[in-house]
Ligand binder design. Structure first.
Ligand code: FES
Length: 113
């Protein structure tokens, strides 16, 4: 049994080999956005592998994901399976959240001037 660490929160969760990342995250109440119920069609559950390993991409991932994304470690959490080894994955911030954070940072810098 390996463990999966989810960034940015840094929470580590034990995972059975073959368990999907969505399932592992769900056990720890970590939310990975998704809309299609794990059918590899919404592509909202993308995560980035920062270190460690996952099982190789599934047929659905190979079909749905751009090859370049897979090469850069982007995986679909509904498809990507844990192995016996540890790994660390990053759940990307939502676009809206990053825009708001950037605006707040700009405002903070303006107030300091
Ligand atoms: S949940 Fe929709 S692609 Fe993974």
């Amino acid at each position: 049994m390996g463990k999966v660490t989810f960034l940015p929160g840094g929470k580590s969760v034990k995972a059975r080999a073959g368990q999907s990342l969505v399932s592992v995250a769900g056990n720890a109440r970590i939310v990975i956005p998704q809309r299609c119920g794990g059918h590899a069609s919404c592509l909202m559950c993308r995560v980035i592998v920062e270190s460690g390993e996952l099982a190789p991409p599934t047929v659905l991932e190979l079909r749905k994901m751009p090859e370049q994304d897979l090469r850069q470690g982007v995986r679909l959490a509904c498809q990507a399976k844990a192995t016996e080894n540890d790994c660390t994955v990053r759940i990307p911030e939502s676009r809206l959240k990053s825009v708001v954070a950037a605006a707040l940072e700009r405002q903070r810098l303006e107030n300091e001037e």
